[in-house]
Design a protein around this ligand. Sequence first.
Ligand SMILES: Nc1nc2c(c(=O)[nH]1)N[C@H]1C(S)=C(S)[C@@H](COP(=O)(O)O)O[C@H]1N2
Ligand SMILES: [Mo]
Length: 535
Amino acid sequence: MRRPGSAAGARLTGTATTAGIAGVAAGALTLGVAALVAAVVSPASDPLVALGGTFIDATPAWLKNAAVRAFGTSDKLALTVGMLIVVAALAALAGVLARRRWELGAALVVALGVVAAIAAATRPGAGSLAPAPSLLGAVVGLLALHALIRRLPAPRRAPTAAPSDVNADEPLPRYADRRAFLRTTGLVALGGVLAAVGGRALGAGHRTVVAARAALRLPVAARQVSLPAAVGAALDGAPVAGLDPWVTPSTDFYRIDTALTFPDIDPDTWSLRVHGLVEHEVTLTFAELLAADLVESWVTLACVSNEVGGNLVGNAKWLGLPVREVLARAVPHPDADMVLSRSADGFTASTPIEVLTDSRDALLAVGMNGAPLPVQHGFPVRMVVPGLYGYVSATKWVVDLEVTRFADATAYWTDRGWSDHGPVKTESRIEVPRSGPSVTAGRVVVAGTAWAQHRGVVGVEVRVDDGLWQAATLAADGGIDSWRQWALAWDATPGDHTLQCRAIDPDGPQTDEVADVIPDGATGLHTVPVHVKPA
Ligand SMILES: Nc1nc2c(c(=O)[nH]1)N[C@H]1C(S)=C(S)[C@@H](COP(=O)(O)O)O[C@H]1N2
Ligand SMILES: [Mo]
């Protein structure tokens, strides 16, 4: 390739700014082409997805936690925006370098392409074509950068420029016109956007899964549950308004995972392999799973990253096959104490085997709130285990159960500083009044939700300004595995007050000791300041 930029060898065309713009446009085309190729190869082979996934996996617990704290469940959007900013800066740098010395800019593009290709090739479940999107993208990006750098417009020069600056005899490059340059650059960038959009539309794997989910008719459960009567908090017969619903709609259910794109799993090809310390290795297909005796269960799922008063917790009706039935077919060895569940995208969770073999509804779930699992919640099959935080139990897109020992294997989050056992801690939160807006003196309803999965909430107490704990009225019990609403009428006096609540499980009240979410879940009393106006 002829060296662009130093067209005549003697002087640089363009400016650092136009070269940077050229770099960004070439970068957009690179990513667009890569996205288009990834749509054919696999969503996880997209360079941004692969680099983001590698970054997420390499993120230490404190940083992951800071991200969840700062961005909540928008942490992935934040990561994507952050990555785009970094990539745009690097692309601009490639443009600036290429203008000075083509080899430098080209080397940067090649290096980025290779790094992304390695990231894609080393993602869990990566096929042999995984590096293709990054490498093809980089090749097209190089060609675009080369073409654009050659067409950099001559900088506008002040008429008084020293004659030595401008070689008046030297012909301007063919497209050395600002407008033509911007037009070409815009077209290149637009090409990138169109390629990316095309890639999305082409995401055939995903379409197949969405269609398979829509076509799926779940069997009727052998053991059904219905909405328990009076699960909503009420005082003197009047339902309390403003509480989070007892059943969390699937569309509002919190989502926490390490996946930048969801694994696209066609139920027809899904299977679960049960192996390790077992008498018989078992493979279960989706059809076999649906044909088994499925049960329904109300289970409140909580994330270990949920802060006191937070909303990384939700309650749903799950439909699935008890894990113990699959384990019984495999016959675990007596010295096994853990089951390592693995998802199609490489996430793992270590669950104590006794929790999966006792009488609780630890499920290989296929249904959520009466419908097939939403893709983002693990379609076609996920684990749901009452009483344990999601990171040690609730593997979505599950494909593999390895019967093993805590001494012999570790899991995704336990490798990153989180506790290897994660029973859910008894917690409660105040949902009305919401902190912030003031209330009027007189009768004020204080209400919220409490959970102590697989132990059960037997009481909730509320106190005002560190006063005496007062018993709240509990709503009906949906079973010990799901949360419980509560309410209390407070005779509010004008001024600033502090409300606190505590749940009581069979072992006593929840602790008031303040603990961080790391390593095994936050504790402390949810505290809500309220301003009471005179009536
Ligand atoms: N495959 C996979 N499964 C996963 C995770 C994950 O990152 N990948 N995160 C776990 C965590 S930390 C939680 S809290 C629950 C959340 O499930 P939800 O997103 O359906 O609410 O999923 C668990 N299962
Ligand atoms: Mo979690």
